[in-house]
Design a protein around this ligand. Structure first.
Ligand code: N01
Length: 486
């Protein structure tokens, strides 16, 4: 219970990056009756699930850190997935988050009876909560393309998001489908050890060069001695990001975007062979698709072992991949680096409001929410990294922290007895969605490419304004956009 009058019970769904911070923030605010349900047997979310070779965060480590837990031990400017996983585990340990987590329980059903949420997990466990925080992540349902013959492949088939470390790569013929961040990182990590690498590219990507120096012992010692210096650096990088990249993507004509495009072009120009460079040249603007950041992709794809395949895939056969020109690319291992179903959020969980209204119906066309955080008709339910929020080379940690601060201001209204239930109004949600959709048309994501940012109408599913505007909107909830019920 906080200073207020009403004791509240919280259920947090998911123990990934956002679920961990939800617990820390709730406890800091004086709430301690918290249950976290995690479907897996470990915390970590996307960083637990993505263990493919070369997995690295493309946001600088200092920024991809909790504001309350600066980490002087980051080994590099950009950290590997396993390092981030260890960091999350360390934060959870130090903040005693694990005592609130029940592992191996996937919440499948949540129903509000007008008073509280009633939750049910796959194993039949039930719980009740006054407030539910959905911290279920974005990148957790792998997308498996409907390629004909996939089940006929006789070699080892793996998805980057479900990597199987027992599959040997050394000396084998490896094919990778896709050219997103996951594929590009995998290519750079495995090209030296495999017998051959075939990269099946449907769409060429712009690749921003990345400099990833290690932190020196002196730098780490300085961070250890003065944690505030790291906090200041976090804030400085955050400001640079907010003023630079974050502004650029929402203004397709911005000078920063032009500079990013130039850097990508210079990077591409490092490819020596004219014909290969031509085939690697995208047909869309830089940052239209999620910008890929890599320090070694072009070097890797020019490796004698590597082959870029740009002819379309006809079907998968037992021996490998048959392309549309009738060629069979013989493979021992086929890697699907084909991304995620990014529009699922907390689904397939069914959520039913007090009026019998269902999330599956509200989101039947596409997921929408008021400010990415809350949904009309589903009171006392808050999402972290929910639909249409800031995406695209941002720190989703920073996004989730701002959203949690915002949600807590609403929770305070419930705790201090101002209301029992709180939910956004349908009008405010519609007006937000209308303005968002309109602004999304002016972003670089809508300049003529296909990407996972786009919804079924081709509208970018993202926060289309500046990051400063996001911070401003998260600073104080506009209570007249909410329905408060006693
Ligand atoms: O997935 P993607 P990802 N035949 O959706 C191709 C985050 N992430 O896993 O471009 C042939 O970007 C598809 O082709 P096309 C990050 O936000 C972060 O790489 O649609 N190809 C595309 O090339 C990232 O953006 C880090 O023509 C097919 C690829 O598969 C997001 O996750 C690291 C196909 C999918 O690319 C997703 O990245 C890794 C088909 N039938 C990922 N179907 C960090 O560093 C799909 N493709 C934090």
């Amino acid at each position: 219970m906080s200073d207020g009058t009403r004791p509240l019970r919280f259920v947090v769904v998911g123990a990934g990056m956002a679920g961990i911070l939800a617990v820390v923030y709730l406890r800091e605010r004086g709430f301690d009756d918290i249950a976290v349900y995690e479907k897996a047997d470990r915390l970590g979310g996307t960083w637990r699930e993505n263990t493919y070779p070369g997995v690295t965060c493309d946001v600088p480590s200092i920024l991809y850190s909790y504001s309350f837990a600066p980490n002087p031990e980051w080994s590099h400017r950009f950290s590997s997935g396993s390092e981030i996983q260890s960091y999350l585990e360390g934060v959870a340990r130090r903040h005693d988050v694990e005592r609130s987590i029940t592992y191996g329980e996937e919440v499948v059903h949540a129903e509000h009876d007008g008073d509280r949420w009633h939750l049910l997990t796959t194993s039949g466990l039930t719980d009740v909560a006054d407030v539910v925080i959905a911290a279920t992540g974005v990148f957790h349902h792998p997308f498996v393309p409907g390629l004909e013959g996939l089940e006929d492949f006789a070699g080892d088939l793996v998805h980057t998001a479900r990597w199987d470390a027992s599959v040997p790569l050394t000396g084998r013929r490896v094919g990778i489908i896709g050219t997103g961040s996951s594929a590009i990182q995998t290519v750079g990590a495995v090209v030296d050890e495999v017998a051959s690498l075939s990269l099946f590219q449907r769409t060429a990507q712009w690749v921003l060069p990345q400099d990833n120096p290690p932190y020196t012992d002196e730098e780490k010692a300085a961070f250890r001695a003065d944690p505030d210096s790291q906090r200041r650096l976090h804030d400085e990088i955050s400001e640079l990001f907010a003023d630079g990249f974050a502004n650029a993507v929402v203004d397709a004509e911005s000078p920063v975007l032009a500079r990013i495009a130039e850097l990508c072009q210079v990077n591409l120009d490092s490819v020596v062979d004219d014909e290969l460079r031509e085939r690697l040249t995208p047909d869309h603007r830089a940052a239209c698709k999620r910008l890929v950041v890599s320090e070694n992709f072009y070097e890797a794809i020019q490796h004698p072992n590597a082959r870029l395949v740009t002819t379309g895939i006809d079907r998968i056969v037992s021996g490998g991949v048959l392309t549309e020109n009738g060629e069979v690319h013989e493979l021992d291992v086929l890697v699907l680096a084909t991304g995620f179903q990014v529009d699922q959020f907390m689904r397939p969980m069914e959520i039913i409001g007090p009026a019998g209204n269902r999330l599956s119906e509200a989101w039947a066309e596409r997921p929408t929410a008021y400010l990415s955080i809350a949904i009309p008709g589903l009171p006392n339910l808050f999402m972290l990294n929910g639909p249409n929020g800031p995406v695209g080379n941002f720190s989703l940690i920073e996004v989730a922290e701002l959203q949690m601060e915002y949600a807590l201001q609403l929770v305070d209204r419930i705790a201090d007895g101002s209301c029992r239930l709180i939910e956004p109004t349908a009008d405010a949600t519609e007006a937000h969605e209308e303005a968002r959709t309109e602004a999304a048309g002016r972003t670089v994501w809508a300049t003529g490419c296909n990407s996972w940012y786009l919804d079924d109408r081709g509208v970018p599913m993202a926060w289309p304004w500046t990051f400063r505007e996001f911070r401003r909107r998260m600073a104080t909830p506009e209570l007249d956009h909410y329905l408060l019920t006693d």
